[in-house]
Design a protein around this ligand. Structure first.
Ligand SMILES: *Cc1c(COP(=O)(O)O)cnc(C)c1O
Length: 386
């Protein structure tokens, strides 16, 4: 490919002036790849928000009602991302509404400060709990965990049970069962569901199955500003989270101060969330399927490869074109294919393997027509004519 232009034609001037080239993002809602794109309605709402001052607390309360309604929760507010929601949820479970404790974090000595976390749920975002001052107490093994192991991990020092739900993550038992065990032991349950929507049903799922607080990314499948997150749940805990974020006493900036969302962010997320809940998700899904089918159709007959449409696997974010490398394959290995895709112009980023060393082309951020560019490049690379 010789074009020096972005995938959809002109390079937007703001990027051209900085000398940064747009890429094709077939790797999903990854922050490192730009996250997601906002609808014009969201951008317009943000622009409008920027024309007047409001009291942030009043705006958060009103926005929180929209978030809470969408999630079936009591209350909520907008944070600076799902990672920020994790920090605030852990902080809230340690401090409750005690101002002295809120001012003291991340020094959590003398507080209930242990977050119990299934070993198979360990992931690079669990540092978020430690940033707040908590200690992670893992339970079970990486591949399985039993109710008695969870009960043994819970002590009088436990402040929360954390539950992570993400693509390709293994769960030791149904969420509701684990939440029940935590509650029987007097421990609140916090959930990181950052990338679990769509499907839209996951907005209400965790609260209805027993979560006390849940965090989601605003800038992934919901299509809000990249730097936003949702935090929803039980009133007392969410209020404690807010105090750890922007305390109403004007004393020390707390451990969650860096979780800030601006008035524009808040309005943008509310707008995106309302659009998301009104969206015909079946139609969006069908559009992704057509794009994935295009790539599968173009590569299906490559000997040594199994190229298939994966649709309906809850571990995958929407329909994907997946390339499995069979034993007879003697072309470039998956890593070489990925680097060749990244080295092209425009650079193309695809998903890392989920079950093995496969290549998955994730459609959620692939703009209309880009599936052809991806198929062209994959044909060149896989046929060795690159
Ligand atoms: C993406 C992700 C996060 C971070 O979300 P941000 O909104 O980017 O802060 C946290 N946890 C999980 C499981 C994620 O997938």
């Amino acid at each position: 490919m010789t074009s020096s232009q972005g995938s959809t034609g002109e390079i937007p001037g703001v990027y051209a002036r900085l000398g940064v080239k747009p890429i094709i993002n077939a790797g999903s809602w990854l922050t490192a790849l730009g996250g997601s794109l906002m609808a014009p309605e969201v951008l317009r709402a943000m622009q409008e928000a920027s024309t007047a001052f409001v009291e942030l607390r009043a705006l958060q309360t009103a926005a929180g009602e929209v978030l809470a309604r969408a999630c079936g929760a009591e209350v909520g507010f907008v944070t600076g991302g799902a990672a920020a929601s994790n920090v605030l949820m852990a902080a809230a479970c340690m401090t409750g509404d005690d101002p002295a404790k809120i001012d003291r974090l991340p020094d959590s000595s003398g507080m209930k400060n242990e977050v119990v976390l299934f070993n198979g749920h360990r992931n690079h975002y669990d540092s978020n709990y430690e940033i707040a001052g908590a200690t992670i107490v893992p339970w079970g093994f990486a591949g399985n965990g039993k109710p008695y192991q969870l009960e043994e991990a819970i002590t009088e020092r436990t402040c929360a049970m954390a539950w992570i739900t993400a693509p390709f993550m293994k769960h030791p038992m149904p969420f509701s069962e684990a939440a029940g065990i935590a509650h029987d032991n007097g421990v609140p349950v916090i959930v990181d569901a950052a990338a679990e929507v769509p499907p839209p049903e996951n907005l209400t799922r965790f609260i209805s199955e027993g979560a006390d607080m849940v965090g989601y990314s605003g800038g992934k499948g919901i299509g809000g500003p990249q730097g936003t997150g949702l935090l929803v749940g039980r009133r007392d805990l969410v209020e404690a989270a807010y105090e750890n974020h922007l305390n109403s006493r004007g004393t020390r900036a707390g451990v969650g101060r860096s979780a800030k969302a601006s008035k524009e962010d808040i309005v943008g997320l509310v707008t995106a969330l309302q659009m998301f809940t009104d969206t015909d998700h079946d139609a969006v899904w069908a559009g992704w399927r057509v794009q994935a089918e295009h790539i599968v159709g173009r590569l299906r007959d490559t000997p040594g490869l199994r190229v298939v449409l994966e649709d309906g696997d809850p571990n995958r974010q929407g329909p994907q074109a997946v390339i499995y490398f069979e034993r007879g394959w003697d072309g470039p290995d998956p890593d070489a294919v990925r680097s060749a895709l990244r080295a092209g112009d425009p650079a193309i980023h695809v998903g890392a393997g989920g079950y093995g060393d496969e290549i998955n082309v994730v459609m959620v951020n692939v703009q209309s027509g880009e599936e052809r560019i991806i198929a062209d490049r994959l044909e060149e690379i896989l046929s060795g004519s690159d």
